[in-house]
Design a binder for this molecule. Sequence first.
Ligand SMILES: NC(=O)c1ccc[n+]([C@@H]2O[C@H](COP(=O)([O-])OP(=O)(O)OC[C@H]3O[C@@H](n4cnc5c(N)ncnc54)[C@H](OP(=O)(O)O)[C@@H]3O)[C@@H](O)[C@H]2O)c1
Length: 352
Amino acid sequence: MSTATQQALIIPSPKAPFVIGPRPIPVPAKGQVRLKLLSVGLNPLNSVQHEFDVFISEYPAVIGADFAGVVDEVGEDVVGFSKGDEVFGQALNGGFQQYTTVPTAILIRKPKNITFDDAASFPATFPTACVGLFAQAPIGLALNPSFSWDRPQQGESALVIGGGTSTGQFAVQLLKFLGFTRIVVYASKVHFYYLKQLGATECIDRADVPLEKLVVKPPVKVVYDATFTGALDAAYDSVVDGGKVTTVRPEAKTERDPRSITLVHCFGFYVGPDVMEPIGDPAHWHASVEHTIFGKRIIEELPKMVEHGVIVPNRIEVLPNGLAGIPDALERMKAGGVRGVKVIAHPQESAP
Ligand SMILES: NC(=O)c1ccc[n+]([C@@H]2O[C@H](COP(=O)([O-])OP(=O)(O)OC[C@H]3O[C@@H](n4cnc5c(N)ncnc54)[C@H](OP(=O)(O)O)[C@@H]3O)[C@@H](O)[C@H]2O)c1
């Protein structure tokens, strides 16, 4: 550990309020790089970690999963990355500070046609959508395990429940990429125009139809459920016999007749325990070696998709006041005050 310090947004002890304070600037270990973090994305999970003391291994803690920045120092045995490389990725913790160290296996190269803020909108939610839809069982619905660009699901139909979420917006784009020609979204009306630009062909206003009453007709082949509560009843009521359903909610269950429906609980990991040790209770850590295997395709393909414009980042809202802006923004997210955008903070604005 070096003696130089940086500013970080710290949780001093379990469930204690955030404070801004100094932390040592870490030195990269073997196989790691140090990143100067330029943009970090906020996620609903950040508040869950803070409030319930989950996915945190030690205190004082620094959370923050989604980062984009520049390689600032290279550890021993690092191949393929050097100082100045522009990258983004997901590390679960360590994002809400100026510098962090990460294994190179999680780094994704930032395409030149997007900003660091744009890049920080991808790391948790793009893999959640992509693994769930593309990857082979047991982690995904196997709609495109080889990452074909040849529209392997041409002409098929799908429903995205929670189309306004960051995850849902990526699911819509990925369904379009797969060749789906009917893409129904369930979201608030305020998101319709944008979701149609991304590929939605039909929109159902959640103010008009409560989730408990949602039934899409004619039923679709695939349902992606991106809601916090889980929406498996609606998913099963809207999918054809033999159809496929995936949900972001780990505990989601339904009493509906399972018929011959394939159900996958999807997780937004693109590396498994072979790359990163579980943080917190291993029973809640759903990353597997399959995530690492499929994740290599994400690391390779996502920059190409972005360069070709077939996947666009979320729209973003940049917070004022660097790291100090994060606690209020997390409260606003919890209260439903962040809609359709990814909230981004700039850690370097907190430099002493
Ligand atoms: N399994 C995993 O590994 C994984 C990974 C990432 C995220 N997640 C989970 O996935 C969910 C989405 O995460 P996110 O970061 O993409 O969310 P987000 O961008 O923060 O989503 C916010 C949006 O959720 C919409 N929403 C809330 N309840 C809804 C409902 N019942 N029906 C339709 N839309 C609803 C709101 O839409 P309105 O504007 O219409 O109010 C709001 O705009 C969260 O529960 C998150 O915890 C899971």
